[in-house]
Ligand binder design. Structure first.
Ligand SMILES: Cc1ncc(COP(=O)(O)O)c(C=O)c1O
Length: 387
């Protein structure tokens, strides 16, 4: 019997990353074949019309099955970008006239989408600074349909107590959705903490090589089916070539993220002792206000951190960034290579100066995505640039 017809038995995250969903070709090859066709014979087909925009191609099925297995969900949908996952997920969970309770301190693109929800969809959004049951209680209305959160947050690595928010939401029959991009399923599995819907910018740790854009939604079968219907119409599916690249990347995600976790821990400790660094935001440090909750709900603290340079001199900040040699000053995050950004100029550039100020995103704040290079080389690069 060929392996393709055997039932595979495994339970570990690495085994799921390598094997879940992956389809064999008819020569016995171990990789899912790339199927870029847009014209697909349909006379013998039943069910949905076979057309890539409708998420019908085998490359979609392979990646969606793998991501659902990695997050422990019933089903997943893979989309063109993280933002398409956010917009599809929210618009599938909430109707016009309803209300969302959203964490205020989150990724800038999501914050910018709030305006579209308000003005184009007549969906009310209350932004909440502290996602505690008391705050949620006092901001809830009769039409609240969704609690939207992110943990750890971009760029300040705030931690919220996911199970306490989800327990509150279940008691009030309200859906919960979380952006799990920073943690990745390697470090945090929100469905096990009671969350209903997970989204990822798969552009980041899932893609992992800074060479593709993708998004993912994970949840119950009926919810993912609703998302599929909506995003087929909006046209937010991903093409076969990028799906294939994403599938290849997912196979090594656990190994990459574990190295990023250990590098980040070592670098956060080093930075927190440096006299030119005013503050390090990393949930793995015991000084981080969310450390205890992070230790409870995460199996690793992740490869993302941010830090504040001492003083207010932006020319010192710019000179530091220009002096880095191995670390690139570049947008995006989660790749094998280490990168830094100034959030006010990049991920949060759509926000007003008042909004940035209220979120605590200042000019001297630098976001740091730690790659898989050797920690000693990264520390040497930082040390030289800080001189
Ligand atoms: C936490 C987080 N969520 C969502 C997104 C949006 O993802 P994408 O750029 O793939 O649309 C980003 C992008 O930086 C992000 O950092």
């Amino acid at each position: 019997m060929s392996k393709a017809n055997k039932q595979q038995i495994y339970s570990g995250l690495n085994s799921k990353a390598v094997h879940a969903g992956t389809q064999r070709d008819h020569f016995g090859g171990v990789n899912t074949p790339v199927q870029p066709s847009t014209a697909i014979e349909y006379l013998n087909e039943s069910g949905s019309v076979p057309y890539p925009r409708n998420f019908t191609i085998p490359n979609h099925e392979a990646v969606a099955t793998k991501i659902a297995a990695l997050e422990g969900g019933e089903a997943a949908l893979v989309l063109a970008t993280g933002m398409s996952a956010i917009s599809t997920g929210i618009l599938s969970a909430v109707q016009s006239g309803q209300h969302i309770l959203m964490q205020s301190n989150i990724y800038g693109g999501t914050r910018a989408f709030v305006d579209i929800l308000r003005w184009k969809h007549d969906i009310r959004v209350t932004l909440i600074d502290r996602m505690t049951p008391e705050e949620l209680d006092s901001n809830m209305t009769g039409d609240t349909a969704l609690v939207y959160m992110e943990s750890p947050t971009n760029p300040l690595l705030d931690i919220i107590d996911i199970s306490s928010v989800c327990t509150w939401a279940k008691d009030n029959r309200i859906l919960t959705m979380i952006d799990n991009t920073f943690a990745s399923p390697v470090n945090q599995q929100p469905l096990k903490l009671g969350c209903d819907i997970i989204m990822h910018s798969a552009t980041k740790y899932m893609g992992g090589h800074s060479d593709l854009m993708a998004g993912a939604l994970i949840g119950k079968n009926d919810f993912i089916e609703r998302c599929r219907t909506l995003s087929s119409v909006y046209g937010m599916s991903l093409n076969a070539v990028d799906l294939s690249l994403l599938e290849r990347s997912l196979k090594t995600m656990v190994l990459r993220v574990q190295k990023q976790n250990s590098n980040a821990m070592e670098i956060a400790r080093w930075l927190s002792k440096h006299p030119l660094i005013a503050k390090v935001h990393y949930p793995g440090l015991s000084s981080h206000p969310g450390h205890e909750i992070a230790a409870k709900q995460m199996s690793g603290f992740g490869g993302m951190m941010s830090f504040e340079l001492s003083g207010n001199d932006t020319s010192f900040r710019d000179a530091f960034l220009k002096s880095l040699s191995m670390i690139s000053v570049a947008t995006s995050l989660g790749g094998v290579e280490s990168t830094m950004t100034i959030p006010a100029q990049t991920s949060h550039s759509l926000l007003t100066p008042e909004e940035l100020n209220a979120m605590g995103i200042h000019d001297m704040l630098i976001r740091f995505s730690i790659g898989i290079e050797d920690a000693e080389d990264l520390i040497q690069d930082l040390e030289r640039a800080l001189q």
